[in-house]
Write a protein that binds this ligand. Structure first.
Ligand SMILES: Nc1ncnc2c1ncn2[C@@H]1O[C@H](COP(=O)(O)OP(=O)(O)OP(=O)(O)O)[C@@H](O)[C@H]1O
Ligand SMILES: [Mg+2]
Ligand SMILES: [Zn+2]
Length: 427
């Protein structure tokens, strides 16, 4: 039996096409007879591709042009000046981050404009410092300043694929969303991995041998990302299954900054130092009991200490810039209370001013707050809570009257919960 040949006319090129299967006439509407043939579909597709490529190139050029402005506005000293408005001390960390960001922009410009083969390598940064010293705060302020996408991901929430928790791809996905789903922009962004010490291998010297929820696997996966690879992920809210459409982001040019408290690393450093000093210089100079201070030790951290702590050497090799932050002393805490643009005392002053009330913290009172915070050993983190405790009753009672007043917080208020002095002011 001979097969009947169906023909349709392409509405676009007007040719009559023999239709053996749907691929000869990919678009065909039987009710209207509207049809587009295979050749026309191909051609249209080709036009679209060409157009998109050209548009992309235009955009890239435009961005490369903008980079000159961005570079001019983001010189290291300018970035640091901005960070100074919010973060007290930690000058070295601020400098390192400012330079890292500036160089990142430079590399970007270089990548767009030069093809002579010279490569400017990335300088990913690892930050170490005690709890509450400003690591997360530094990076969150930095992120507000930048002209490129920046995403913070908590490394402690990451697990190896297969374990309960987020896969490492989440870090790149967060960046993709920070870039408003612009892949090109995301590929030049910055990823901050917070709580990075939490993925240390549990068999590292610092940890007892306990169950390890895939930390080594997380590190291996992160390593691939740090080395530069194409990371594939599904969009937010979409369950991962084989047919789900994926987004692909190349991490080659993404700058990585990681940070963590690395609790106990001072012991690792002290151990190494005591070993080396006993070889070359004989006697242990330091007495057994007066353990050197955390701050003295932390600045001497070396890659091998991080390895000992449980970070795999390949990762450490990809984090060439080591940045240490210092413990905040009483004077620093005092300044944190009053100086930054978002200082707690400034915030309460503003709040009470709306009730026509002046707020005054006596110097002794502020010092008492700082002392309390030091006792709690969580750096600047507890400052806000201590002040909040003291201020609660005031914030509750003051609005009962509209009279202009002045509230004075004394040392006694902080230490013993005494009532603050309230003075009437002239209208
Ligand atoms: N150097 C600083 N200058 C100004 N504020 C600071 C400073 N350090 C900490 N703070 C304040 O204390 C809070 C806690 O600090 P932050 O979250 O940055 O600590 P961290 O170093 O990330 O500690 P952890 O290792 O525990 O995460 C911040 O919200 C910030 O307001
Ligand atoms: Mg933190
Ligand atoms: Zn056609």
């Amino acid at each position: 039996m001979e097969k009947k040949v169906i023909t349709h006319q392409c509405s676009f090129c007007k040719r009559t096409i023999k239709v053996r299967d749907q691929y000869d006439m990919p678009i065909y509407d039987p009710s209207t007879g509207f049809a587009i043939c295979k050749n026309c579909v191909r051609e249209i597709n080709h036009f679209l591709d060409e157009h998109e490529e050209a548009a992309q190139q235009e955009e890239t050029k435009a961005f490369a042009g903008q980079l000159d402005d961005i570079l001019a506005q983001n010189k290291p000293h300018i970035i640091k000046q901005y960070l100074d408005e919010y973060i007290i001390n930690q000058d070295r960390a601020k400098k390192i981050l400012s330079v890292a960001v500036y160089n990142h922009y430079k590399r970007m410009k270089y990548g767009y404009l030069n093809d002579d083969g010279t490569e400017i390598e990335k300088s990913n940064v690892i930050m170490l410092g005690p709890s509450g010293c400003g690591k997360t705060a530094l990076l969150s302020h930095l992120s507000k300043l930048l002209d490129i996408p920046f995403a913070v991901t908590d490394a402690s929430s990451l697990t190896e694929a297969g374990f309960v928790g987020a896969d490492v791809e989440v870090a790149v996905r967060n960046l993709y969303y920070a870039a408003d789903k612009d892949i090109e922009k995301a590929e030049h962004g910055i990823i901050y991995l917070d709580e990075f010490d939490k993925i240390a291998r549990k068999s590292g010297a610092n940890n007892s041998i306990t169950a390890d929820p895939g930390h080594e696997g997380v590190q291996q996966a992160l390593l691939k990302m740090l080395e530069g690879s194409v990371v594939e992920f599904t969009s937010r809210g979409q369950r991962k299954h084989p047919e789900a459409p994926t987004i692909k982001v190349d991490t080659r040019n993404i700058l990585f900054i990681v940070g963590g408290a690395f609790v106990g690393i001072d012991d690792v450093i002290a151990k190494r130092l005591s070993k080396t000093s006993s070889i070359g210089f004989g006697a242990d100079v330091q007495g057994k009991d007066d353990k050197p201070k955390f701050d003295e030790l932390i600045h001497k951290v070396r890659p091998e200490d991080l390895m000992q702590y449980g970070i795999i050497p390949e990762i450490i090799g990809r984090l060439p810039v080591i940045c240490t932050l210092e413990t905040l002393d009483e004077d620093a805490l005092l300044r944190i209370l009053t100086e930054p643009k978002n200082a707690p005392v400034k915030q309460y002053e503003k709040l009470l001013a709306m009730d026509h009330v002046q707020l005054e913290f006596e110097e002794d009172a502020l010092r008492a707050v700082a002392k309390k915070a030091i006792e709690r050993k969580t750096g600047a983190r507890s400052l806000k809570g201590i002040i909040e405790d003291v201020m609660l009753d005031i914030m509750f009672d003051i609005p009962k009257s509209d009279e202009p007043r002045k509230v004075i917080i004394t040392k006694d208020c902080i230490e013993n919960g005494a009532k603050p002095t309230v003075e009437k002011l002239d209208k």
